[in-house]
Design a binder for this molecule. Sequence first.
Ligand SMILES: [Fe+2]
Length: 221
Amino acid sequence: MSTETLSLFSVPVFRSKLDKNTSDFFKNELLPCISKELDSANPPEHWATDNLRTDFPGGGKWFDEKRDIIDPVLNSLLVNQFDHKISFEVSGKLWFNWYEEGSYQEIHDHLPDDFDLNHFACIYFLSYDEEVHTPVDFMDPLHQIRRFSYQIPDHKSSVYNWYTPEVSEGTFLMFPSYLYHRVKPQKKSSKKPRVTISFNVNARNLWDPKYELPEWNPPHR
Ligand SMILES: [Fe+2]
């Protein structure tokens, strides 16, 4: 007799990473611009966290100033996510999230309001200290339903409520907008702030040059 466990109906979370030269270049270009906007970067009233700096829902000067760099980097991050070429359209604006000691973000999703559409939520880790910072935790969208069945402890196919991916500076995560996620408090201070760039995208069924972003050409050193 042989037995096997089939783990069905997974949630796709796409993870990629910029090469170090590009992620360093991107950080060195963006971080000084973002840091100039911190004084006015207060979380919206409807967020639970009050100790995070963010320009959500986006539209900061840093974005306009660095658009010529941001667009091609976004292009390189997005076009490689699937095994066939798909057009992506950024939905809304990009925003930054700046965490220092104690900063956190409550559980939330990126579902849009009313009749809008967000296929995927995206997080890019612009400045991140792996020794100190907390990554992001994803919540199993079926965790309540799964409680109606037995989950085998410590079995490789066990489904837990939370999943924490490994991330580092330069990591890019793209995941369905319905997926709940959170950032646990930063327990220690670090020489680096924890800074992420977030945005939402919609996938277009077929490649369409209308949505094409400029190609990324690495800077000469
Ligand atoms: Fe989020």
